[in-house]
Design a protein around this ligand. Structure first.
Ligand SMILES: [Zn+2]
Ligand SMILES: [Zn+2]
Length: 262
């Protein structure tokens, strides 16, 4: 798997028989919805151009193998089968080029552990390889019992909403910071549950990150303990330049308050 990076991709659906174009468009949207929930395409907006003999959709995909048949869940396969019944061809994929704004996907043969981590800025998978800290396309991990990634997608969306409130330093700032930083918050508990499911499916440790924006002093920051087991968790060197704290027992990560970082 070489040259993995977010790719701008065009998907064509040829109109084999002229039928109600509204129904054809709806069928394409249903398919795109299932692709999105399986994380084969990223983001939420998928411009569709209707032309005389085809529909053309523009999407971002996490890596070149995004449409490999083996990675497609049963909902996607069902939707693909319905295309012909509304007079559309099977999708034709055309990778147009890299999206230079995002980093490459993980190419490690095997990731020793994983990290659930996202920010308000990124469209990429929130599952990072603990070796290279690059994103791992979700369709490459064993399938969830639900077949799609609804739980991860909604957690990521809520995390990014809180991160935006935190960045904007105004409406809802305190609420958002608590959700991002506290072990007991609803957001963290949902994230930790996702980590547990991925651990069970992959047999690998999955770490969860607790944000830390401000603190009282640098010294007190260094003395912070793991918020779950209250054990020591300060690392000699920050892991991936971000995580000063790491508790292997609880699978938790955090940082020295950003306000005290050099
Ligand atoms: Zn990796
Ligand atoms: Zn701990």
């Amino acid at each position: 798997m070489n040259n993995q990076i977010m790719l701008v991709t065009q998907i064509q659906f040829k109109i084999d028989t002229q039928e109600n174009s509204g129904i054809q468009h709806d069928e394409i949207q249903w398919l795109l919805g299932t692709y999105r929930m399986g994380r084969h395409i990223l983001g939420r907006e998928f411009p569709v151009a209707q032309q005389s003999e085809q529909f053309v959709v523009f999407t971002l995909i996490p890596a070149e193998d995004a449409f490999d048949t083996a990675t497609l869940n049963k909902y996607i396969q069902e939707r693909l089968q319905k295309l012909s019944s509304v007079g559309l061809s099977q999708p034709i994929y055309d990778i147009l080029g890299k999206d230079p704004s995002e980093s490459s996907a993980c190419v490690c043969k095997e990731s020793p552990a994983l990290i659930l981590f996202t920010t308000y800025l990124t469209l990429q998978s929130p599952l990072k390889c603990a070796a290279c800290f690059s994103p791992i396309p979700l369709y490459r991990i064993p399938r969830f019992p639900s077949e799609d990634f609804h739980d991860i997608i909604s957690w990521q969306s809520d995390y990014q909403s809180c991160d935006s409130l935190q960045m904007n330093c105004s409406t809802g700032e305190r609420f958002a910071i608590r959700q991002l930083s506290s072990y007991d918050s609803s957001l963290s508990q949902r994230g930790l549950k996702i980590c547990n499911v991925i651990e069970e499916l992959t047999g690998r440790a999955v770490y969860y990150y607790l944000y830390r924006g401000t603190g009282k002093s640098h010294k007190l920051e260094l003395n912070r303990k793991c918020p779950h087991c209250e054990g020591e968790w300060l690392s000699k060197e920050p892991w991936h330049k971000v995580f000063d704290f790491r508790c292997d027992k609880c699978g938790l990560l955090s940082n020295i308050a950003w306000s005290f970082k050099p």
